[in-house]
Design a protein around this ligand. Sequence first.
Ligand code: HEM
Length: 341
Amino acid sequence: MNKIYNLTLTSIIIVYLVILAGGIVRMTGSGMGCPDWPKCFGYLIPPIERSQLDWKANHQYNKDEIIILGESLFYAIDNFNSEKEINLSNWNKYTKHDYSKFNVYHTWIEYINRLIGAVAGLSVLVLFIYSLKFFRSKKSITLLSILSLVAILFQAWLGKTVVDSNLTASTITIHMLMAVVLLFILFSILALSKPIKPSVLPKNVSILIIISIVLLVIQILTGTEVRKFIDIQMELFNYTERNKWIENITNTFSFHRSFTWAIVLINSLIFLKLKNLDIQSKLIYTIITLIFLQILTGVIMYYFHFPFSSQPIHLLISTLIIGLQFYFLSLYNLKKNATKI
Ligand code: HEM
C-alpha cells in the first residue's frame, strides 16, 4: 500500500462520515442549529445556553456575533463594548433567513457536522499537496487531486448556500449530487494508486456497470424527491407522529420503490457475468450485500415508520453503493495505462 492510496482512502472515509453526519443533522432537524456560516451564531465554539444569546450590558461583542431579540436575530456590525442600554445602531438584523430559535442539541449536532466537514477539507488538502509529487510521473493523480480540492471547496460553499436558503429543497439535491461527484473523483484516485493491478474486465461488463451507475443516479434523485416530501411532513408533524409521514406519499415514492427492481436486476446480471468469467472480487459481494441492506432500510422506513437512524443509514448506504460501483469500474478501466507509483 502506498502513501497516496492511504491518503485517498482516509479522505474517502472522512467524506462518508460527513455524509452520515449530514443525515443525522437532518434526522434530528438540526439543519438550522447554526444560523450563519462558517461560524455558529458568530462564534468559533457555539453557545451552550440560550442566555448566551441574550443582549448583555457592559459586554465585549465581536463583529458578527449574534443575539436573539424578540423573534429576530441581530449580528454585531463591528467589535464594540455594549453600554447600559441597547444601542441598535451597533446591530444589523440578520436577513438571510428568519429562523431565530436556539436549541442546544441542534446547534451542537450541526456544529460537529461542520467540524467533520472541515476535517474532510483538510484531508483533501493534504492529499492535493502530496499529489504534487506525481506531477511529472503520473499527472492524472495530481489533476484529479486538484479537482477533488475544487469539488470539496464548492461543496463547502454549497453548504453555506443550503444554510442561507433556509434548507430549500433544490440546494439540498445539488449538495447531494456534488457529494457523489466528489466521491467519484476520490475513488478514481484510489483506483489509479492501487498497488496491485486487477485482471482485465470485458467491455460488456463495464457497460453493464455504467448502466447500473446511471440507474443509481436516477434512484438517488428520486430518493431525494421522496425525502423532500418527507421533510415537509417531518416539519408539519414537528418530528413526531412518524406513522403519518408516509401517508399521502406521492407517486415518486412508488417509482422509487419499483425502480429498485431495475437495480437488483442489472446487479444480478453483473454478478452472474463475473462469476462465469471467474473474476473473484470482494467488491461485487459487498455491493450486492449493500443493495440488500438498502432495500431493507427502505422497507423498514416505510413499514415501521422511520425508526431511529434508518434515514441516515439509507442515505449512507446509497452513496456507498454508487461509490464502490464506480471504484470497481475505475479499478479495471483506469488501470490499463497506469504506471507503478
Ligand atoms: C437500491 C435501492 C435504493 C437506493 C439507491 C435508494 C436511495 C435513496 C436516497 C439517496 C434517498 C434520499 C435520502 C436523503 O436524501 O436523505 C432515499 C430516500 C428514501 N427511500 Fe430509498 N433507495 C433505494 C430503495 C428504496 C426502497 C426499496 C424503499 C422502500 C421500500 C425506499 C424508501 C425510501 C424512503 C421512504 C425515502 C425517504 C427517506 C427519508 O426521508 O430520509 N428506498 N432513497
